[in-house]
Write a protein that binds this ligand. Sequence first.
Ligand code: DGJ
Length: 784
Amino acid sequence: MQYITQAEKLFLLRTDETAYLLLINEYGHPEHLHYGTPVALADAAALRYKRTMPYGAEVLYAEDDPTYCLDNLPLEWSGIGKGDFRVSPIELELPDGSYTCDFVFQCAKLQPGARGASTLPGAYAEESADAETLVLTLKEKVFALQLELIYTVYPHENVITRRSVLHSQEASPVRIRRMMSQLLDLPNDGYRLVTLDGDWIQEAHRHDRALMPGCFVNESTTGNSSNRHNPGVMLAAPTACEDSGNVYGFNLIYSGNHYTAVELSPRNMVRIVSGINPLCFCWQLAQGETFETPEAVLTFSFHGFNGMSHNFHEFILHRILRGDWKAKDRPVLLNNWEAHFFDFTRRKLLRLARRAKKLGVELFVLDDGWFGARNSDHAGLGDYTVNRKKLRDGIEGLAQRINALGMQFGLWFEPESINTDSELYRNHPEYAMQLPGRTPALGRNQLLLDLANPAVRDYIVENVSSILDRANITYVKWDMNRHMSDIYSAVCPAGELYHRYILGLYEVLERIFRARPHILLESCASGGNRFDLGMLCYSQQIWASDDTDPIERLKIQKGFSYFYPPVCMGAHVSQSPHQQTLRSTPLSTRFNVAAFGALGYELDLAELSPIEHRQIKEQISFYKQVRHTLQFGRFYRYQLPEMNKDVFLAVAPDQSHAVLSFVQTLATAGDSNDGLRVKGLDANARYRLTAVPQKVSLARFGGLLKHIMPFTLRADGFILRTANRVHALPDGPFSLCASGTALQSGVGLNDQFIGTGYHKDLRLWGDFGSQLYVVELEQEEEAE
Ligand code: DGJ
């Protein structure tokens, strides 16, 4: 073992840049010593919490030891009823009706590789040398219960995962009312708690708060990991910023109701527990049965938030994503949803597809509305019969035509839901999740199917698989459009249903997609309502949000980027004015933001002017040249002093090139002297930084145009309207050559247009203007 060392009852877990130290103390409790910067076994005594003084008003664990009080100790696990009054990781209703439990050390086992759960998805190590695992087995002091605390070290990703497993040998059932994946007690360092919160079309907005005495809970109660609160949370030192300072990141490989409690205790310790949400949770564990919790993912970086993100991105790329698409560049897609909604025919689709092909699109995706009576969102969910009025030669026929055009074909499904107006509901109302004797609450006019029921799972697997095998489908969008309500199942107790639903979902995904690894799966739940590591074990990308307004997307994509790499984020260019915000944005900015994700287009191409067609063609061709870096490169966020600017950066792993997107939200009068700092380059190399050519529409200048024309033209007149369809002005051509060091310290850009004159090199930005820049190694002059 290279990364986990044991010295009697002391355990050191190391990654390339972090260390985790724990010991089993004299009472058999796992005590936490350190998590963070690299330390050695020899530091254990120094790092250990010192117990020298008894406190008043506390419950002692052992009568003859006035300093041993569980409430004051940094622990790795705890119970109930033995003097630790902080948030507990476990609550069991024991066979005698009591709740007190006390787990103490039994044995430890070290093993190479990862040890995956058998009922849940988790991280994996391809080679056993890529990971090492420590299993601490504890036993309950009175009842025949065994608890395993499983730690897996992923050294090069600087990640340690933790999960807990409970096994019962009690003759009578034990009820699990709460069981967390992990517990960690850290000394407080003035930490800020950072969470990603939102709702539909405003997912993953970052929020920071100071830790105050008491408990803060980041959770989901909607049945999904939810757009309300992403399961990823961060603890950051007071001075931590994007590029420096200590930052801890915690996440969960789980797609259902999650729960992370962060408690600042009276002894100035921070307790973090995370796992399945205990809300309405009650799991009956019979003799001989085992309950597994989802894997919690922990990382630490002293390189600020970007450092923490890099650990998570590497972990997802190498230990979470699977299938043929794991490391493959994602195709540029066109999705027909915002072009047609439910109103399409085969002819309309093919017309759109031909236009898409001319632009360079590689994958054509047919969204909602192709089956049953699905002509609106009131009917059809649950049915799989193709609507022959819309698609006379079925999905197979359409797929063939799309393939013949030279594009791949992808299809939308929403398999977890059912409309009451559907054949499935008429035949199997019992498949729907609803409570006998109550009118069920609808969400988007639909109910959910009871995925705890094996018959429902078989129905979904058989129907989806049969469509997938009938046509050449290489991409699937798996949608899910409502929160859960009316929690009831005919096949399991309500207290188990939230979790059994998610287990059922994983089983269905496993059966359909593990057998078809050639399919690129994009998960979606009204946008980013299920953007989590559990889904990423099956789907290589996730539709980040139904909001494609680039200015809103900046916040959303930035938020998700704390935990998830750009390649996992579906990002589309759509129509302007935007359908939700009514904001008009330049085509260049829509692309410049969407380019930092798995790029797609989602608009009616027939509405584009010839000049917009040309621009999109250029965008796609450029994207294809650099997409590997945009999707898989090292991603950086910036912390800029100006509130109206944002920069995203992706650097190739070999530092040979990088791509930046510099976006201005609202313009300010007379703004100038913008600079650009390019992080992550080779300091000793010379690079050329070039603005990616883009155009700005003449219409942006409105009445100003008449001042530069030799004759008078009406801004909204026929001539300018026509000119606008075929011409546009070059926007901010720019190029310079500099060393990696100069680029890292910041180089100046040309000024922005402020109405004092026109020069061809000005940045013509205004509100919502932006620019992409490419940085490439300068070619060495050939020796004579
Ligand atoms: C919600 C998704 O987020 C949209 O992209 C689209 O697929 C619709 N569902 C279709 O109903």
